[in-house]
Each structure stands twice: as C-alpha cells, then as structure tokens.
Design a protein. Structure first.
Length: 128
C-alpha cells in the first residue's frame, strides 16, 4: 500500500508539474497576446491623433480663409456703388450715341439739301 501511495503521489506530482508547465505556457501566450493588443491600441491611437491633427489643420485653414472673405454688407455696398457707376456710364453712352445719331442725320440732311440745291441750280442754268 505504501508503494501504491508513493506511486500515486509521484503520479500526482508529475501531473501537477505538467499542469504548471502548461499554465506557464498559457500565461506566456496571454502575455504575448496582451502585448500585441497593447501595440495595436497604441498604433490605433497614434493614427487617430494624426487624423484629428489633419482635421484640426483643415478647420484652421477654413477659419483663416473665412477671415479673408468680404462681409455680405460690405459686398452689397460695393456692388450697389458699382451698379450706380455702371448706370451713369450707360446713360452717358446713350447720350453720346444719340448725339452722334443726331449729327449723322444732320449731315445727311445737309448733303441731301445741297444735292437738291445743286440739282435745282443745274436745272435752272440748263433751261435758262
């Protein structure tokens, strides 16, 4: 019986040693998995930070660009001023064109009148 107990004790010790080895191996694998997960999380955090940095740079660019835009009220004042100047220039052009048309018509009447007068004088001299 002593031998059986001793054999049983050795068997239990061997199994316990085997379990301890397996537990150590599992612990090492879990440690590697945790290290890999930690590394992946760190990479993801770095990528997220870079993405947010680029988003913040884009926001800053938009903010800087917005500062250079003219305000709506200022634009409307300038636009209305330009519209008034354009209307004034159009009015001046219309007057100049009207004056030019009037002068051209005057020249036509003058040349026509002189032609009629010359024809009448020519006819009078021819029949006189």
């Amino acid at each position: 019986m002593e031998q059986q107990l001793s054999a049983l004790e050795r068997l239990i010790d061997a199994r316990m040693a085997n379990l301890a080895i397996r537990i150590d191996a599992q612990a090492a694998q879990v440690g590697l998995a945790l290290a890999s997960a930690d590394k992946a999380v760190t990479k993801a955090e770095t990528a997220t930070e870079k993405r947010f940095e680029s988003v913040n740079e884009f926001r800053q660019t938009l903010s800087d660009q917005t500062k250079t835009f003219i305000a709506r009220v200022e634009f409307e004042v300038v636009r209305d001023s330009h519209a008034a100047h354009i209307a004034d220039l159009a009015s001046r052009l219309d007057k100049l064109e009207g004056k030019g048309v009037g002068l051209n018509a005057g020249w036509v009447y003058l040349v026509g009148g002189l032609t009629v007068a010359a024809t009448v004088v020519g006819l009078v001299m021819a029949f006189a």
